[in-house]
Design a protein around this ligand. Structure first.
Ligand SMILES: *[C@@H]1O[C@H](CO)[C@@H](O)[C@H](O)[C@H]1NC(C)=O
Ligand SMILES: *[C@@H]1O[C@H](CO)[C@@H](O)[C@H](O)[C@H]1NC(C)=O
Ligand SMILES: *[C@@H]1O[C@H](CO)[C@@H](O)[C@H](O)[C@H]1NC(C)=O
Ligand SMILES: *[C@@H]1O[C@H](CO)[C@@H](O)[C@H](O)[C@H]1NC(C)=O
Ligand SMILES: *[C@@H]1O[C@H](CO)[C@@H](O)[C@H](O)[C@H]1NC(C)=O
Ligand SMILES: *[C@@H]1O[C@H](CO)[C@@H](O)[C@H](O)[C@H]1NC(C)=O
Ligand SMILES: *[C@@H]1O[C@H](CO)[C@@H](O)[C@H](O)[C@H]1NC(C)=O
Ligand SMILES: *[C@@H]1O[C@H](CO)[C@@H](O)[C@H](O)[C@H]1NC(C)=O
Length: 398
């Protein structure tokens, strides 16, 4: 009995500590580095590189320990992630530094937007609708500020499945020599095409409300871009599949922005996609209704950071709220958008019955970060200016 009570106490105490990130300092010694390398399948080709990255790991441990002390009352947890050997420059390279779209009206009068006035159901998750998962696996943008391409592509991929489930879900294949099995085969669309082709030099004319607008798609390659300009590009040009137009390793490592060589998304195999419509959604309840009625919604945030150090790299679970001083506010000030980095993610669901309530957001930092590549993003105060840049779209698979 005594033993049980003590064990319970220890259990309660350690649960409390895990929830509040207060485990004392994480060790930054060599054995901890080797364990981290093993857990995250990290290898280096040379001893020099190994030693250099061990040094970075130690610096990041210091930073992470400082974050965990600040986060003592946080509803999120912070710990070792894949970013432990990323330098400050590596991290900065993967953020979006310019996301000013062209000055043209963004439609917000799509008929589907009107449907969103209904109050949203209290919980929703496109990864589990009556046993169906409509969401492609989490992708990895690498050390390139191409989040805008990944967030818009995540929306397109989900639309392809939502609008044509029989093409992607429960596909039959032969297993164990003679038996028929079923699995989901998800579309994977080309972010590289957006990074390399939808650039500021690609002029185009778009028609809105019967009026012509001369625009540039303004992707700045690995330096950023905007989701709605990518929507525009995919509406006019379609988007190739990843197989046809793969993400290049040079882009992954931020060595160049790749070259533009689109194929015909209509005739290639696997087929590409086409976007039909997009529109702005503002206010968290409207975004929730939109997610539940139409599909995932891409959104942009001020990237939470203070003095260039961000807690988000080290998020491992719970409901994420920026630490004190990490987000400048709820309103995006265009004047500041060049000096403060941004990031883009995609809402695939939300849970309003949880305490605190949260969005389920798909990130593009690989499946090993956060909660299998996802982050539970606090719902309720428009944190990090997320209100200002939420865009829904409809698209279909050729
Ligand atoms: C490491 O590789 C193994 C084997 O391929 C895989 O099962 C595991 O999920 C990987 N872990 C991470 C964190 O990538
Ligand atoms: C980021 O955090 C590290 C570790 O705590 C610290 O050495 C560094 O000065 C911080 N960077 C800035 C710009 O504050
Ligand atoms: C796929 O199979 C699952 C499990 O049998 C079923 O719940 C789901 O409705 C099926 N989905 C489609 C689109 O046929
Ligand atoms: C789809 O492509 C992206 C970009 O190369 C990659 O990160 C992701 O792992 C791919 N997904 C699958 C399921 O292959
Ligand atoms: C691409 O880059 C990654 C990360 O540097 C590396 O692990 C991988 O081996 C590279 N792949 C190719 C085909 O070069
Ligand atoms: C990618 O393109 C942008 C905009 O043209 C440019 O500023 C940036 O230096 C390029 N990045 C690389 C790695 O070439
Ligand atoms: C824009 O930002 C600059 C630099 O931070 C500042 O000096 C200027 O006052 C700002 N302008 C407006 C209109 O806010
Ligand atoms: C929502 O959150 C509550 C409380 O954490 C949990 O019990 C429930 O399973 C969640 N619902 C969904 C659909 O994830």
């Amino acid at each position: 009995m005594w033993f049980l009570a003590v064990s319970l106490l220890i259990l309660v105490a350690s649960t409390y500590q895990i929830n509040h990130g207060n485990l004392g300092d994480l060790s930054n010694d060599l054995s901890s580095f080797l364990t981290w390398k093993k857990n995250f399948n990290v290898t280096y080709t040379t001893q020099v590189e190994h030693d250099r990255r061990f040094q970075v790991f130690q610096d990041n441990c210091k930073l992470l320990n400082a974050i965990r002390k600040l986060a003592i009352d946080s509803t999120a947890t912070f710990g070792f992630t894949r970013f432990m050997d990323w330098t400050h420059e590596d991290k900065m390279a993967s953020l979006s530094w310019n996301q000013n779209p062209d000055a043209k009206p963004i439609p917000n009068q799509d008929p589907r937007a009107k449907r969103s006035s209904a109050p949203p159901p209290p919980t929703f998750d496109w990864r589990n609708q009556n046993g169906n998962n409509y969401i492609s696996p989490v992708a990895d943008q690498g050390k390139c500020g191409s989040c805008y391409a990944f967030a818009s592509t995540a929306v397109v991929e989900s639309q392809m499945v939502i609008n044509n489930p029989s093409k992607f879900l429960n596909q039959s294949y032969t297993c164990l020599l003679i038996f028929t099995c079923y699995k989901n085969v998800y579309p994977n669309q080309s972010e590289q095409q957006l990074v390399s082709c939808a650039t500021q030099t690609t002029q185009a004319t778009e028609v809105y409300n019967g009026q012509n607008w001369n625009i540039a798609y303004k992707s700045y390659g690995c330096s950023g871009g905007s989701v709605i300009n990518m929507y525009d590009y995919i509406k006019s040009n379609g988007q190739d599949s990843e197989t046809v137009y793969p993400y290049s390793n040079a882009t992954y490592n931020n060595q160049n922005n790749g070259s533009c060589s689109p194929q015909n998304p209509q005739t290639t195999s696997p087929a590409g996609a086409r976007l039909t419509n997009y529109w702005t959604v503002s206010g968290e309840q409207n975004i929730a209704s939109q997610v539940a009625s139409t599909g995932p919604v891409a959104y942009a945030i001020w990237f939470p950071w203070a003095n260039s150090n961000s807690s988000m790299w080290y998020y491992t679970g719970g409901v994420y709220q920026p630490l004190s001083g990490e987000c400048p506010g709820q309103t995006w000030t265009p004047n500041q958008s060049w000096g403060w980095p941004g990031h883009m993610l995609t809402f695939v669901g939300y849970n309003l019955t949880a305490n605190p309530p949260y969005w389920i957001a798909k990130n593009s930092w690989g499946p090993n970060w956060g909660i299998n590549g996802y982050i539970n993003w606090y719902y309720g105060n428009g944190q990090c200016a997320m209100y200002n840049w939420a865009h829904a779209a409809t698209a279909y698979s050729y």
